[in-house]
Write a protein that binds this ligand. Structure first.
Ligand code: ADP
Ligand code: MN
Ligand code: MN
Ligand code: MN
Length: 350
C-alpha cells in the first residue's frame, strides 16, 4: 500500500430552478484526512446547466459550508454542503443561505430554535406509491393511512426507514417521523436546532431521500397538492421558539410574535412555497391562504400554539403555513426578521 487515504467527497448544492429549487451533487476524490471545513477545497460547476449562469459565463463556485459523514459510502467518505458563489467570490443570487447567515448572527443572543416537519409524497412510475394503477382508480378514502401500519395502508416504508438511518448516521438532527394522511405520504422532522443548522440538515436530508429513492425506484414530490380533491396536501410546518418564549412567562413573547406574524402574512406567504394556494384552502387541517389566525391547539389556524405550551405558559409556536416545497433558508429568514423586528408600538392591543 502506498499513498494517502482517499476520501470521496460528495459536494451538494441547491440549483437555480424556480419557483422550486432542487439539490445537485457531484463527487471529488480528496487525498488525505478531512477534520475541519478548511481541509475541503472550494470547487466549481457549470452554472449554465442548472439555471445559475448564461452559457458564455458559465462558471459558478462551490463554497463548502458544512460536512457530514457519508452514510451511503461509509467512513471516511463525506457529504459536503456548499453555498453557490459567483466566479468573483460574491454571493450568487440563488444563494438564499447567505442572507440567513447574516440574520442568524444578528439574532444569536435570542437563541432561536427551529423544528421543521418535512412532509413528502412518494411516487412510483409517476403515480403515487401504493395507489392502484389506472388514472381513474383510487385507494379507499383517506382516514386509515395516518400513522398506519399494514401493507394495505402504507407504501414505501423500506425507503422511509433507510432514510431515517442514513440521516442519523450523517449526524443530522433527525427527530422522528410518521406515515401521513394520504396513502404514500410521509413526514420526518428535523430539529429543534438553530436556524442555519435546521436548514442545512433539511437540505441534506432531502438530498438523501432523493438519492436513496433511486435504489427503490421511488421518487419524491414536495408538491403542496399532489392529488387534487379530497386528499390532504403536503406541508412543512415550521416550529419556532426564542429564549424568551422558552422561559416562564414565555406566552407573552409567543403572543407578541403571533401578532407580528399577522401583520406580515403576505410577505411570509410569498416565500412559503409555490402553489401553496392549492393546499391552504381552509380544508384538510389548514387555514385559508387569504386569512391569518392563531390559536391554542387549533389545526385550522395559520399559527398553532401547542396545548402543552399554553398550559405551562411557555414553549414554542407552530407556523403551519409553509408548503413542503419551501426553501427553509427563506422561511427561517422571514420568521427571524418578523419575530425579532423592532416593535414601534404601532401594534396596539394587549
Ligand atoms: P405535530 O405533528 O404535532 O405538529 P411534530 O412532533 O411532528 O408535531 O413536530 C414538532 C416539532 O417541533 C419537532 O420538530 C420538534 O423538534 C419541534 N420543537 C419542539 N420544541 C421546540 C421548541 N422549543 N422550539 C422549536 N421547535 C421545537
Ligand atoms: Mn408532525
Ligand atoms: Mn404532518
Ligand atoms: Mn405539525
Amino acid at each position: 500500500m502506498h499513498g494517502r487515504t482517499k476520501i470521496i467527497a460528495e459536494y451538494i448544492w441547491i440549483d437555480g430552478y424556480a419557483p422550486t429549487a432542487n439539490t445537485r451533487s457531484k463527487w471529488k476524490v480528496l487525498d488525505g484526512e478531512v477534520t475541519r471545513l478548511e481541509d475541503i477545497p472550494a470547487w466549481g460547476f457549470d452554472g449554465s446547466s442548472t439555471k445559475q449562469a448564461p452559457g458564455d459565463k458559465s462558471d459558478c463556485a462551490l463554497q463548502p459550508v458544512a460536512f457530514y459523514p457519508d452514510p451511503i459510502r461509509g467512513i471516511p467518505h463525506i457529504l459536503v454542503l456548499c453555498e453557490v458563489m459567483n466566479a468573483d467570490g460574491s454571493v450568487h443570487k440563488s444563494n438564499t443561505r447567505a442572507k440567513l447567515r447574516r440574520l442568524a448572527k444578528r439574532h444569536a443572543d435570542e437563541e432561536p430554535l427551529f423544528g421543521i416537519e418535512q412532509e413528502y409524497t412518494l411516487l412510483k412510475n409517476g403515480r403515487v406509491a401504493g395507489w392502484p394503477e389506472g388514472s381513474d382508480s383510487f385507494p379507499k378514502p383517506q382516514g386509515e393511512f395516518y400513522c398506519a401500519v399494514g401493507a394495505d395502508n402504507v407504501a414505501g416504508r423500506a425507503l422511509v426507514e433507510r432514510h431515517m438511518k442514513a440521516c442519523l448516521a450523517a449526524g443530522l438532527a433527525y427527530a422522528g417521523g410518521n406515515a401521513e394522511v394520504l396513502l404514500g405520504q410521509w413526514e420526518y422532522q428535523i430539529g429543534a436546532v438553530g436556524p442555519l443548522e435546521v436548514c442545512d440538515h433539511l437540505w441534506v436530508a432531502r438530498w438523501l431521500m432523493d438519492r436513496l429513492g433511486e435504489e427503490y425506484g421511488l421518487t419524491v414530490t414536495l408538491e403542496p397538492k399532489p392529488v387534487k380533491g379530497d386528499w390532504n396536501g403536503t406541508g412543512a410546518h415550521t416550529n419556532f421558539s426564542s429564549k424568551a418564549m422558552r422561559e416562564p412567562g414565555g406566552m407573552k413573547a409567543i403572543r407578541a410574535a403571533c401578532k407580528k406574524l399577522g401583520m406580515r402574512h403576505r410577505q411570509h406567504i410569498a416565500v412559503y412555497g409555490a402553489d401553496n394556494d392549492q393546499r391552504l384552502t381552509g380544508l384538510h387541517e389548514t387555514c385559508s391562504i387569504r386569512e391569518f389566525r392563531y390559536g391554542v391547539s387549533d389545526r385550522g389556524a395559520s399559527i398553532r400554539i401547542p396545548l402543552a405550551t399554553a398550559k405551562q405558559g411557555y414553549g414554542y409556536l407552530e407556523d403551519r403555513r409553509p408548503a413542503a416545497n419551501m426553501d427553509p433558508y427563506r422561511v427561517c429568514a422571514a420568521l427571524l426578521r418578523t419575530i425579532f423586528s423592532v416593535d414601534h408600538g404601532s401594534l396596539g392591543g394587549d
